[in-house]
Design a binder for this molecule. Structure first.
Ligand SMILES: C[S@@+](CC[C@H](N)C(=O)[O-])C[C@H]1O[C@@H](n2cnc3c(N)ncnc32)[C@H](O)[C@@H]1O
Length: 235
């Protein structure tokens, strides 16, 4: 396996509509590079973008990767970048899929969920959905790994993970200045005023904390009294 620094060296192309990696994705990559959460695992990557994490998942020894995007055009960028860095002889499957609406069970789900620009009334929709429904795409004791901002309320995610059967921990935190696009959406800034510890201010500049969260499903068997006709494996 490559040394940690060269794991993150990639040749990435992006078109106008592709998501250009931000410090959020870069921090998730840095944490992925220094941990051993991937080797030998079957991984579902949601919203793979320019393949910055897909390439890393491959380099970290994932046994199989299913990488998704929301449109065929965005997925084409994932494909081009992945193949340019990793070749074609790999265990990668690319799927157009709306978040968790895809098939199969995996050992690990990896994501940098849309938040500021999620376009949902519940801005946390993709985070909450991953935590609430991730189990449907996971094997028993499967894991989720994602990055989020303090603006999206880190304690809220940890509590929601616990409530949904995950042993949750923060694998890393870092602080960085607000992205310029935060100032483009006044409703975002208004909402952030209601989130406790969303950001800190120093010398007139605002900083958010980025955190990489990891959750592992606790073993669970529904009680025999549960009414689960036809969906016993949906627990
Ligand atoms: C914050 S970007 C992260 C991109 C890349 N993984 C990274 O970290 O740089 C979120 C990605 O999710 C994709 N996305 C948005 N809505 C989605 C959906 N409903 N299902 C799957 N992917 C989606 C976006 O196109 C975008 O590439």
């Amino acid at each position: 396996m490559k040394p940690e620094s060269s794991l993150l060296e990639m040749d990435l192309q992006a078109g106008q509509d592709d998501w250009t990696p931000t410090p959020h994705g870069e921090f998730l990559a840095a944490v992925l590079a220094r941990t051993n959460l991937v080797e030998g695992k079957e991984v579902l990557e949601l919203g793979a973008g320019v393949a910055n994490h897909t390439i890393l998942l491959h380099r970290k020894g994932a046994r199989r990767i299913v990488a998704t995007e929301i449109t065929p055009e965005l997925l084409e960028t994932t494909k081009i970048n992945f193949e340019a860095n990793c070749g074609t002889d790999t265990q990668l499957e690319l799927r157009v899929a709306d978040w968790l609406y895809t098939q199969g069970r995996f050992d690990l789900i990896v994501a940098n969920p849309p938040f500021c620009k999620s376009g949902k009334q519940n801005r946390r929709y993709y985070l909450d959905s991953l935590i609430l429904d991730g189990h449907k795409r996971l094997r028993p004791e499967g894991e989720i790994l994602f990055v989020q901002s303090s603006m999206a309320d880190i304690p809220r995610s940890l509590a929601f993970m616990d409530a949904n059967g995950f042993d949750a921990q923060v694998l890393g935190r870092t602080q960085g200045p607000f992205r310029d696009y935060y100032y483009d959406d006044p409703t975002f800034l208004e909402e952030m005023e209601r989130v406790e510890n969303a950001y800190v201010e120093r010398d007139g500049k605002r900083y958010e904390t980025l955190a990489v969260l990891h959750g592992k499903l606790r073993p669970y068997t529904p009680p025999p009294q549960a009414h689960l006709p036809g969906r016993e494996d949906d627990a």
